[in-house]
Design a protein around this ligand. Sequence first.
Ligand code: HPA
Length: 252
Amino acid sequence: MLAVIGGSGLAGLGRMNVVRRQIVRTPYGDPSGPLVVGEIGGAPVLFLPRHGPGHVLAPHRVNYRANIWALRESGATDIVAVAAVGGMAQNVGPGVIAVPEQIIDYTYGREHTYCDGSDRKVTHVDFTRPYSDELRDQVLAAAGASAVAVVASGVYAATQGPRLETAAEIARMQRDGATLVGMTGMPEAALARELSLRYAHLCAVSNWAAGCGDSMRAISHANIDATLDLAIGRVQQIIEQLAVAYHGRSSG
Ligand code: HPA
């Protein structure tokens, strides 16, 4: 089953008929909130707002282990993670939707693995290509079918937050090869891999990262919400198309 993790700006799926809300307990504690079980155009979909109902959980407070575990327990096999990000390359300015191919993890102090040796055997999962090629292709096909332009590449830098970055930090990330920056992509993607779930990122660029474009001197919050709203509307179109195509495949 397809699951969607909603980030900032995506508190629910517009065309989703909610069937029920499900409280799931996990060995790792409670997920961000009840899972929303529903359907889009007849296709079953699970939805989980990453920051909890009312957007109260800061990125470093999200219980990523519980979230991914709860989604798998509830039947998810594929996770599309939606995230607001900053852009730090020419092709990913505000308003762009990007489906990155790679990740660099700059986070620290987060519970980031199920393989901590306490109750599971330590395994070193392959993470060479952190996103599922198969699910990325399906997301890109859904974007094409719904005529939404997306940038089909990018390197996602995961930062600790909740503060935004310094210009020097962003310059360093650019030298590292990153093009997008957000605060929630890790350990989420790695945990999905540890549980053998397919995972892909749909990133909505809400602003130029620190020191880039019109964020040269500061990141203004003035336009972020409006930019994000527009991009998230298009993200919703992609997800609707994906849900229906995904269901057609798995039931056909
Ligand atoms: N940096 C980190 N995370 C973000 C940004 C940013 O500029 N914009 C949206 N999420």
